[in-house]
Design a protein around this ligand. Structure first.
Ligand code: ADP
Ligand code: MG
Length: 431
């Protein structure tokens, strides 16, 4: 099956081809024909399975350029909004389209102008509501509204904003709701703003042969040394290192640099411009390692990420799925490696309880113990006293194993249960 057979316009088929997109993924095969009929659609598939094409291509086809903004796409983060715009512009390379990208942290004025000239607006909910309340934009001619990463918008507390924005659009319009996981909290939006939606679902795209998931049992104080060891010894192309907290992102980056490892960081407290330029540089391959907090985990498509390292785990089990979705994109191989210390056990158990993933324990290995500067707060503390001795620790074996959980505990999996308000869902990462 190819895109011609999905009746996609030749101009778009051509630009997709130039992007290396020739054979539609499952979500694209399922969703594109339904969206073309004008029906409301809920699209669910793993990260990396090509949802942007799935909603973006039929959206572009339904629009008449030069007639004012006719479609609104909402996404939870600035980076994601910027990325969707870039993709749409690539899809529409041989068509005349104007896309406005609208998010917070930058001046309002130019955005108003941009929106006025645009055919499609891509926006974060907060900034769109801001513009609406200032009467900077008129959404009453919208033909289609897309909510991308809808579950994340709920999670980040944007759902009221999304609701208000949808109220400013005409009753008769198409609503497309996409995400890797669609939680029950989205019900309200579904009931209020969608008209008997069709569900387009795709099973696995990230397959076991593409994405390998592993964990090491390691004591918290050995994590950094193990990370450096892996970065140096694994055959990595570009790597993402995820940390749950911003302070950890900063510390890990600083210490990597002290070891002579070229690393940059991205987290929510960096300025908008800084975040975008770091993402750009990383995509261009200007540096090999990006240390990131959750902000970068969502929706971002970074090509050539061969490895995702979880330096620690987030309390939110879905975050794990989104993190590992940054590698093995669209059929490339990838590895996700979690450095599991006792602090992470609860979070990890939850991941395995809610999602159908297979994560294998790797045996402990020898690695060089490195200094880890934990910042001024801890100067002279346990860390420095213990690890201020450099090479003396070289060659010692990691001793996490006996204290760590037995592997069996982490092989559990279950599907489609409901508990604690979190939707349990089978994510067929290895199916
Ligand atoms: P999702 O939104 O589902 O996480 P994206 O839309 O970000 O996934 O797509 C992930 C990557 O896969 C992008 O680099 C995209 O260009 C690529 N891609 C999308 N569809 C295809 C396809 N049919 N064949 C090959 N690559 C694809
Ligand atoms: Mg996406």
């Amino acid at each position: 099956m190819n895109f011609e057979e999905l009746s996609v316009r030749p101009e778009i088929v051509r630009s997709l081809k130039e992007m290396g997109i020739e054979e539609p993924t499952q979500i694209q095969r399922t969703a594109i024909p339904i969206i073309k009929t004008g029906k409301d659609v809920i699209g669910m598939s793993n990260t990396g399975s090509g949802k942007t094409v799935a909603f973006g291509v039929p959206l572009i086809e339904s629009i008449i350029p030069g007639n004012g903004p006719q479609a609104l796409i909402m996404a939870p983060t600035r980076e994601l909004a910027a990325q969707i715009s870039q993709e749409l512009e690539k899809f529409a390379k041989y068509l005349r389209f104007s896309v406005a990208t609208v998010f917070g942290g930058v001046a309002l004025g130019p955005q108003v102008e941009q929106m006025g000239r645009s055919d499609i607006i891509v926006s974060t909910p907060g900034r769109m509501l801001d513009h609406l309340q200032r009467r900077n934009v008129d959404l009453s001619h919208m033909k289609c509204v897309v909510l991308d990463e809808a579950d994340k918008m709920v999670e980040m507390g944007f759902i009221e904003d999304v609701d208000k924005i949808l109220q400013a659009t005409p009753r008769k319009k198409q609503v497309l709701l996409f995400g890797a996981t669609i939680s029950d909290d989205i019900e309200k939006i579904k009931r209020k703003h969608m008209n008997s939606p069709s569900v387009a679902k795709a099973e696995t795209y990230v397959k076991e042969e593409y994405l390998e998931q592993y964990y090491y049992n390691v004591e918290a104080y050995d994590k950094f040394s193990l990370l450096v060891h892996l970065l140096r010894n694994e055959k990595t192309d570009q790597s993402l290192v995820f940390c749950a907290k911003r302070s950890t992102v900063e510390l890990v980056t600083k210490n990597l640099r002290m070891q002579g490892v070229k690393a940059e960081m991205i987290h929510g407290k960096l300025s908008q411009n800084k975040r975008l330029s770091i993402m750009e540089d990383f995509k261009k391959g200007k540096f090999p390692i990006l240390v990131a907090s959750a902000v970068a985990a969502r929706g971002l498509d970074i090509r050539d990420v061969s490895h995702v390292f979880n330096y620690d785990l987030s309390q939110d089990p879905q975050e794990y799925i989104h993190r590992i979705g940054r590698t093995a994109r669209a059929g490339d191989k990838g590895k996700a490696i979690t450095l599991l210390s006792p602090n992470d056990h609860d979070a990890f158990s939850n991941v395995l309880r809610y999602f159908d993933v297979k994560v294998d324990l790797l045996p402990n290995m020898n690695f060089q113990r490195l200094k880890f500067d934990a910042g001024s707060r801890r100067r002279g503390s346990f860390f420095n006293r213990r690890f201020g001795q450099g090479d003396r620790w070289q060659g010692m074996e990691a001793r996490g194993e006996q204290r760590g959980p037995r592997p069996g505990r982490f092989r559990r999996s279950s599907r489609s249960h409901q508990s604690n308000g979190i939707q349990r869902q089978a994510v067929h990462v290895h199916a």
